[in-house]
Design a protein around this ligand. Structure first.
Ligand code: MSP
Length: 641
């Protein structure tokens, strides 16, 4: 039986700006998965590309004083150059301005229109000319634009809508019966939380009078297609939907759509309903990863704190950068980026553990075995050799499980454990103490062969993450270009007598970065004793509970407030909280917090708030209070006492 095909995608990136670490992260993750599955012998297709239509790109072009097409052409090369530099092995790169894509989008639109899945409707709304955005009456802030606060103008506009609302029950049922469809689990719950509200039809057109940069609707030349409807289709247009049926059938459905958490709704609500309406099967897994943060905030151009991946690769090397991103982020969670953390991990995992091990083994092979691999001994059935091989085989198994379970960080930690086990084995055996004369055929030769063979396995496991340096490591052990992934569990692959390379530093140690300047002292909190004391009975009347945030959105016209929907286990609550300065709405879903659950509901800015969340603040910073991350998982609704 031929192995299952593996099809992995990244989001297609907007060409309004240069690539940053978030883009690099998803693309490297997709690359690692693609390389791993190729090594397993699976036919693999890895797709990435750029999203080139719509408002964002049109605006960036205007600001740069060029046409949208020029803006796209200039920016796309930055992505392509970066992928080349980061050793990304995508099989295709799709641009949404390409004819092969536009044709498929138009065919999908026409098909849906012909079958009544898309209809035209007129509706009233409010338009903000500076923001170029259309708002419903309910979204206005004191009758003004909720984005910029300026005046809005009422307009009546006709548009085209996709009948998305009718698929809500089908989608809920699909998600509930396919637990792997949206991952991690808490993101599935977030989508289900979103689907608890009514699901509106999706406006899929923009009148050309407002935005001309898009794919023209095949049934109305006065309109272009909404950018998300256009962009999502890339996942099927690139593999020949409607054009090359055999190729399409070979790859669809996708194994993984990798996305960031901020584009969950478009991928887990719009896209599945579009596919369903087109009569196509669902992708196997839509996996949303967290964000790279700098300190506590998201990286963004406006905050000026964007990490440039090209610079990181130039300064520290491509492979260490790839390794850091993969090892440091728990898939699904946010992670904090800092150069200090990078250097710390580089020095401990790569320079101390892996790099030292390689140079130690090569040095000993030079001094004790004449620069050649010694004879291959039978693997002892007991003792430190057997334990070492077992540790390495455990890493083989665990890496496999964690790649399939999307916990690559854990898998890499296991491989590094195995590397440390090889170092420990050498410490126990001390082959450097043997006299050179009898070294090769005797005990030191056996020790060095086994250590080198174990290192071969570890280096091969790390190939998808650090392709360049692990290939060099393998070559230093006398291995050729042919990859022996199928022989990870076979002992004795290294060929006795093969010359090995002289030792060289694979990962030279880095100087520690200058420590960050000390934090200014926090203003001291008011002394507890100065507060009137509370009787225990009064405290006991508070019903404090854990809750999980399902969704968060800004409150128009109130820059400190967010409106949250939270899951209290037995019920869903709406809470208006003054945390907008400290938390971005997209960061909150899935987070566990503590709320006062028996507070009388109150209206804040006209919005009902059914409880209050707890947050710690020192006047400068604010931090949500929740169950400790290292404790047992708490279900929503657990009593806090
Ligand atoms: N064009 C859309 C995607 C269309 S897919 C059919 C888009 N593009 S984007 O360029 O703005 O963002 C692409 C991806 O980068 C998103 O998955 C987003 O989550 C991710 N990231 C943006 N900032 C990020 C971090 N700081 N950290 C990790 N990923 C981040 O959205």
């Amino acid at each position: 039986m031929s192995p299952d095909p593996f099809y992995v995608t990244t989001p297609i990136y907007y060409v309004n700006d240069r690539p940053h670490i978030g883009h690099a992260y998803t693309t490297i993750l997709a690359d690692v998965l693609a390389r791993y599955h190729r090594l397993l012998g699976q036919p693999t297709f890895f797709l990435t590309g750029t999203d080139e239509h719509g408002q964002k790109v049109a605006r960036a072009a205007r600001e740069a004083g060029c046409t949208p097409r020029e803006q796209a052409d200039r920016t796309v090369v930055r992505f392509q150059d970066l992928w080349r530099r980061l050793e990304i092995t995508h099989d295709d790169f799709i641009r949404t301005t390409e004819d092969r894509h536009q044709r498929v989008v138009r065919a999908c639109l026409q098909d849906l229109y012909d079958r009544g899945e898309i209809y035209r409707a007129e509706y009233d709304g409010w338009y903000c000319t500076p923001c170029e955005r259309f708002f419903m009456e309910k979204d206005l802030a004191d009758s003004n634009c909720p984005e910029c606060g300026r005046g809005v103008e009422q307009i009546r506009e006709a548009n085209y809508f996709f009948r998305m609302g009718q698929y809500r029950d089908w989608l809920v049922d699909y998600i509930e019966t396919h637990p792997d469809f949206i991952q991690p689990d808490f993101r599935r719950n977030e989508t289900l939380g979103f689907l608890r509200q009514e699901l509106n039809d999706l406006c899929i057109s923009r009148p050309k009078s407002r935005l001309a940069w898009g794919i023209e609707l095949p049934f109305d030349a006065d309109y272009v297609c909404y950018v998300w409807f256009d962009a999502l289709v890339n996942y099927i247009s690139a593999i020949g939907f409607g054009v090359e049926p055999e190729r399409f059938a070979r790859w669809w459905p996708a194994s993984y759509h990798l996305i960031g958490k901020d584009i969950l709704t478009t991928h887990t609500v719009y896209w599945p309903t579009m596919l369903h309406a087109l009569g196509l099967p669902m992708p196997q897994t839509i996996f949303a990863h967290g964000w790279w943060l700098l300190g506590a905030s998201k990286m963004s151009k406006s905050l000026g704190n964007v990490v440039n991946p090209m610079e990181m690769a130039e300064r520290y090397g491509v492979d260490p950068f790839r390794y850091f991103l993969m090892a440091e982020m728990t898939l699904g969670q946010d992670a904090t980026f800092s150069e200090e953390a990078f250097i710390r991990r580089y020095n401990s995992d790569l320079a101390n553990d892996l790099g030292n091990l390689q140079s130690r083994i090569l040095k000993l092979l030079q001094s004790k075995c004449g620069g050649r691999l010694p004879p291959c001994p039978p693997l002892p059935v007991a003792g430190p050799e057997k334990d070492l091989w077992a540790a390495v085989q455990q890493a083989v198994r665990r890496l496999h499980e964690t790649v399939l379970g999307m916990r690559l960080d854990l898998g890499l930690a296991e491989v590094l454990q195995a590397v440390r086990a090889i170092n420990r084995y050498l410490e126990i055996k001390q082959p450097w103490r043997a006299a050179t004369a009898d070294a090769e055929a005797g005990e030191p030769g056996l020790t060095l062969y086994i250590a080198a063979e174990a290192l071969r396995v570890a280096a091969t496991l790390l190939l998808p993450v650090m392709p360049g340096r692990m290939m060099a490591l393998r070559q230093s052990l006398g291995l050729g270009d042919e990859l022996d992934f199928a022989r990870l569990s076979t002992f004795g692959v290294l060929q006795p007598g093969t010359p090995v390379a002289p030792p060289a530093a694979l990962f030279p140690r880095l100087q520690a970065a200058a420590p960050p300047p000390p934090e200014p002292p926090a203003p001291s909190a008011p002394a507890a004793a100065a507060q009137p004391l509370l009787a225990y009975d009064d405290f006991a009347r508070l019903d404090l509970r854990t809750a999980t945030i399902l969704s968060a959105e800004p409150v128009p016209g109130a820059d400190k407030l967010l409106k949250l929907q939270v899951d209290l286990g037995t019920a869903q609550r709406q809470i208006v909280a003054g945390i907008a300065k400290a938390y971005a709405p997209a960061d909150l879903p899935g987070r566990q917090i503590v709320i006062v659950a028996n507070l009388a509901p109150a209206k804040i800015r006209g919005i009902v708030s059914e409880g209050m969340l707890l947050a710690a603040g020192d006047g400068k910073q604010l931090c949500l209070v929740g169950p400790a991350a290292d404790g047992p998982a708490m279900p929503p609704g657990a009593r806090v006492k």
